[in-house]
Design a protein around this ligand. Structure first.
Ligand SMILES: [Zn+2]
Length: 287
């Protein structure tokens, strides 16, 4: 039997940068606490829009290679050693935004066979044997094809892994409680004149915003604020960071949240502050 840490967390994301934006504080916290944190990213995000003018010559495979280096740097900031591309780097292509012809590219993740992709993820699950999995909701948080597909693949892999003998004890979706988002955007509105961003995004631009009663779990990663911001900065083609705020290529400012929120979807919970709450060291072991 391979030696594995007692607590094992697997996160499934669509593109390099999604993990740092959504879960950077959570990942840094659990990594610092000695848990095994495993990230599976489904595509290299090679259709992402590049922010810095001096890097805009990067497109396609060259951008994918660059974003893998950014991801590597971000994981160094978060203290996460185990990060992988689903099926290996380049196996699945970025599908582009919903409705673009890119969606029809047979190499795109959107066109992937869900069972086949889920089979690749199941191999990781059976190796790492996580007790906790974090994924997107069924709209992928905000409707991007790769995020929707990442949801489908993650949820199917949960089933396939259970069939193969490893039941994941807790499955979570990334969330942001609406009142938290509203308060953060109110602070942002007050700070906006001092920021390098001309405009603010809106609450509904944030993936995964739901009413507060849907939230089961809040992970306080405030102690890892600097690591999260540094990881986001490492994704320099995609993210511009200024203090506790950031913007994507649309240049709309958003708050960086350092308490990160989750909805448990395969059980009942309220008021949790730990994704591993209720899980003993032996939980999730195949018997
Ligand atoms: Zn993404």
């Amino acid at each position: 039997m391979t030696e594995l840490p007692d607590r094992r967390l697997l996160l499934v994301h669509a593109h390099p940068d999604d993990e740092s934006i959504n879960n950077g504080a959570t990942m840094a916290r659990y990594a610092a606490e000695g848990a095994r944190v495993t990230l599976v990213t489904c595509t290299l995000g090679e259709r992402g829009e590049v922010i810095p003018a001096e890097l805009r010559h990067l497109t396609g495979a060259a951008l994918g290679e660059h974003r893998l280096r950014e991801l590597t740097a971000a994981m160094r900031e978060l203290g996460v050693e185990d990060f992988r591309l689903l099926g290996g780097a380049g196996r699945y292509g970025d599908s582009g935004m919903m409705g673009l012809p890119d969606n029809d590219d047979p190499h795109s993740f959107w066109q992937a066979d869900v069972d086949e992709a889920a089979g690749l993820l199941t191999e990781v699950i059976l190796e790492v044997r996580p007790q906790v999995l974090v994924a997107y909701d069924d709209n992928g948080g905000y409707g991007h094809p790769d995020h929707i597909q990442a949801h489908r693949v993650a949820m199917r892999a949960v089933e396939l892994a259970a069939d193969a003998g490893h039941r994941i004890a807790k499955v979570y979706w990334n969330r942001v409680p609406r009142p938290v988002a509203e308060a953060a955007f109110a602070r942002l509105a007050a700070d906006l004149p001092g920021l390098p961003f001309a405009k603010s995004a809106a609450v509904d631009d944030v993936p995964g915003v739901v009413d507060a009663d849907r939230i089961t779990t809040a992970v306080d990663g405030t102690a890892h604020t600097a690591a999260k911001a540094a990881a986001m900065r490492a994704h320099a083609t995609q993210i511009e960071v200024s203090g506790p705020y950031f913007a994507l290529s649309n240049e709309l400012a958003q708050p960086i949240l350092t308490t990160e929120y989750y909805e448990l979807v395969n059980g009942e919970a309220t008021g949790e502050t730990d994704l591993f709450a209720g899980i003993g060291p032996a939980a999730g072991e195949a018997s």
